[in-house]
Design a protein around this ligand. Sequence first.
Ligand code: HEC
Length: 147
Amino acid sequence: MRDSRFVFALLLGVLTVLALLSHPAHADEEIRPRPAAPLSPGFRFTEATGEELFASACQGCHMPDGKGAIGAGTYPSLAQDSNLESGGYPVYVVVRGQRAMPPIGAMMTDAQVAAVVNYVRTHFGNQYQDAVSADDVKRVRPERYPR
Ligand code: HEC
């Protein structure tokens, strides 16, 4: 008598566990498509001024005094650089990259690229006062880069 009660209780327990495991809500979750994970926006510079942007994005290669360096690579001097006379050239190099110079402007907004280019063109012995604008930057962006 005591034995059959025990077997009954045991069966009841096993059935309860099985019922819980196969609960329809549980099965639903497996089938329902998960919401698409948002794409990573990637790294973006947060600095706003040309000076800050130069410090965080450029001086690692071009050096704090803008004079560049020769060692593991050749990083040209931006000091007294007549190549900066036309603002479109540094805008293009920063946005698109050029040989060993990475397209670092891809991680900046148009306004940030303009700010850092204007900073370089008016510091380190450069005195090009005709500032470039965010629109000048927008014009050289390849389509695949987010703005
Ligand atoms: C990873 C290193 C690196 C970083 C970071 C970098 N540059 Fe350069 N940059 C270079 C190299 C290398 C060149 C030479 C490219 C070539 O061979 O034409 C260059 C060239 C340039 C030129 C052309 C100079 C000339 O006289 O023709 C400009 C302008 C320039 N960089 C500006 C910048 C600015 C502004 C930043 C920051 C927003 C920056 N660079 C960040 C490596 C770097």
